[in-house]
Design a protein around this ligand. Structure first.
Ligand SMILES: NC(=O)C1=CN([C@@H]2O[C@H](COP(=O)(O)OP(=O)(O)OC[C@H]3O[C@@H](n4cnc5c(N)ncnc54)[C@H](O)[C@@H]3O)[C@@H](O)[C@H]2O)C=CC1
Ligand SMILES: O=C([O-])CC(=O)C(=O)O
Length: 329
């Protein structure tokens, strides 16, 4: 081992994404093969026993990079000294629950977690919110962590990004490695906009290579945007391994950088770029280097894209206004 362990806190550790995520973090796929990790698992009291079971299995893997596993049911303790926080545990929508109820229930989770991050996180903390509604949950946590730089709070749209790359590669009969510069704009919801107009396939413009507006508007965009529902319908449970994979990709690239000539999609606090209101946590094309991300600037946005970006951003501002009314931000 070449350095001190990095503290990685995972909330909802006993859930299905947690189970797919923890082993990959412990094996070095999150931060790299030179970086030992200490896992700090946060669960609600009823699920601590299940988290303990997962910890036994982590031990049984004898991962050389795993420097320890601690389990908590108290957010303040779980986030003490955290360098990378993966906020996965969230309140799912139950039958008859209105959107406002869902936002309020999640406020009860992400407000205290934001406060705990503010109180105890390491100076270099990076936060990824996976639990839905991810963008607005990230906004809630961020607004309760005034001492942490706002840009450290991010929301996951990497699963949407990866889904879009895979659909595009299938359509064009190329490999996923041939597809670059795809963008997810907006919310991690059915209003998100997967944009292929700046994407490249083997160096050629992807929209020109597709040359099929009907496929783009009526198949590709809705398929990517509603893929979560398609998985639930097929599997009887929501995406777990692919969500964990995307969380690994998101943090890995944030920490280690994006490859030259490509970019990724991250839900990040808007700086006003591309007409997205400052402060809301919306998905943008970004490049990462030296542990920081930067929005890709200067992309031309035609009317087709503008309408769709605006619709998703409108939903995000409505969510922000709703949590504002609830006193959560
Ligand atoms: N952003 C994205 O692309 C995706 C987001 N998701 C979301 O990720 C979240 C987790 O999904 P799953 O693991 O499948 O759910 P799950 O229900 O299997 O697990 C959630 C876990 O969170 C725990 N939890 C609840 N409240 C908590 C709290 N206050 N502190 C700590 N832990 C808490 C629960 O006990 C449970 O073990 C859901 O909100 C889901 O909608 C899922 C797929 C993709
Ligand atoms: O829809 C869900 O609950 C899970 C999700 O976010 C996704 O698969 O994109």
């Amino acid at each position: 081992m070449t350095q001190a362990p990095v503290n990685v806190t995972v909330t909802g550790a006993a859930g299905q994404i947690g189970y797919a995520l923890l082993f990959r973090i412990a094996s070095g796929q999150l931060l790299g093969q030179d970086t030992p990790v200490k896992l700090r698992l946060l669960e609600i009291p009823q699920a601590v026993k299940a988290a303990e079971g997962t910890a036994l299995e982590l031990q049984d893997c004898a991962f050389p990079l795993l420097a320890g596993v601690d389990i908590f049911d108290d957010a303040t303790k779980a986030f003490d000294g955290v360098n990378v926080a993966l906020l996965v545990g969230a309140r799912p929508r139950s039958k008859g629950m209105e959107r406002g109820d869902l936002l309020e229930a999640n406020g009860g989770i992400f407000k205290p977690q934001g406060e705990a991050i503010n109180a105890g996180a390491a100076d270099d903390v990076k936060v990824l919110v996976v639990g839905n509604p991810a963008n607005t949950n990230a906004l809630i946590a961020q607004s309760h962590a005034p001492d942490v730089p706002a840009e450290r709070f991010t929301a996951m749209t990497r699963l949407d990004h990866n889904r879009a790359i895979a659909q595009l590669a299938t359509k064009l009969g190329v490999t996923v490695a041939d597809v670059k510069k795809l963008t997810i704009w907006g919310n991690h919801s059915a209003t998100q906009y997967p944009d292929i107009f700046h994407a490249e396939v083997n160096g050629k413009n992807a929209a020109e290579a597709v040359n099929d507006q009907a496929w783009l508007a009526d198949e590709f965009i809705p398929r990517v945007a509603k893929r979560g529902a398609e998985i639930i319908e097929a599997r009887g449970a929501s995406s777990a391994a692919s969500a964990a994979n995307a969380a690994i990709d998101h943090v890995h690239d944030w920490v280690n950088g994006t490859p030259q000539g490509d970019w990724v999609s991250m839900g990040i606090p808007s700086d006003g770029s591309y007409g997205v209101p400052e402060g809301i946590i919306s998905s943008f094309p970004v490049t990462c280097s030296g542990g920081k991300y930067e929005i890709v600037q200067g992309l031309e946005i035609a009317d087709f894209s503008r309408e769709r970006i605006d619709a998703s951003v409108r939903e995000l501002t409505e969510e922000r206004d709703a949590v504002k009314q609830l006193g959560l931000v």
